[in-house]
Design a protein around this ligand. Sequence first.
Ligand SMILES: NC(=O)c1ccc[n+]([C@@H]2O[C@H](COP(=O)([O-])OP(=O)(O)OC[C@H]3O[C@@H](n4cnc5c(N)ncnc54)[C@H](O)[C@@H]3O)[C@@H](O)[C@H]2O)c1
Length: 297
Amino acid sequence: MGLVEGKCAVVTGAGRGIGRGHSMVLAEEGARVVVNDVDLAEAEGVVKEIEAKGGVAVANGDDIGTRAGCESLVAQCVSEFGRIDAAVNNAGIVRDRSFLKMTDQEFDDVFRIHAKSTFWVSQTAAIAMREQGDGGCIVNTTSGAHMGNFGQTNYGAAKGAIASMTYTWALELARYGIRVNCIAPAGSTRMTAAAKDADGNDIELPFWDPALNTPLVAYMISEEGNWITGQVFATGMERLGVMRQPTFGKTLVREGGWDIESVRRFVKDGLGPELERFGLAKQPYAFYDGLVAPAKK
Ligand SMILES: NC(=O)c1ccc[n+]([C@@H]2O[C@H](COP(=O)([O-])OP(=O)(O)OC[C@H]3O[C@@H](n4cnc5c(N)ncnc54)[C@H](O)[C@@H]3O)[C@@H](O)[C@H]2O)c1
């Protein structure tokens, strides 16, 4: 018997890459899967592969960049399989551009396909799960890029929003037995093939099977994983890690509150050594001597 035998799941953006891996592995482990992709032919190809291995899946070509598409996707799972136990929010696009050049369209498209679709699919699925009454699991997809990554204002903002929504929904949905978690995956896909460094050069990366992200996803969806909620995990390649969540760090307290004079006296010595390394690469903090504008050099 598979780890998720009989569970009914939707996976967005599952025609290729990491979502394809999720669909294949979940089906191998006994789930019935709605394989969504706006490129319907790709989704149908994955369904054929699953069926050839004896699994159960149906294709769905809804655009998850609209509320109607997300509702239709969840409705298909319920109408085809009679219920929904898991929603895996995976679909994504990138439209990288440096901050000062990024357009509204680039920002909105990326935010909508990642963050709004995660909101729409999860809300629709959670309402159905609440009606079923026996819990369920939502798995979202963030990225290390939400720590800050050159050229990814839109993508980082969406991935940060997704992590934040994960914590909030875990709080709100625990009473219904619905667990909400998130992965920051890694794998060789169309998306990583488009990755560039800060100078715009292509990045050469070794091949990693994108399906290596799914075993933890399957575990979280399974009954065995019912103790996990509100978490973000780094998955893929050879790693399995917890992603630390934002938290308040060292805090200075001053009776009556902080005025200008006391901030000026205490902030550098008191909090300076605590300043965070920021950005995906987590370089040591490099600005204690101040940032110098070109006109002042
Ligand atoms: N590959 C990595 O190393 C990596 C790292 C961090 C995060 N991620 C995240 O993992 C997820 C999957 O990425 P991937 O690398 O497999 O990319 P991918 O481009 O290979 O696959 C994404 C899929 O989403 C589909 N999609 C896009 N817009 C859609 C829409 N509106 N409706 C339905 N489907 C849509 C695409 O057609 C595509 O098949 C994304 O959320 C991505 O941000 C990937």
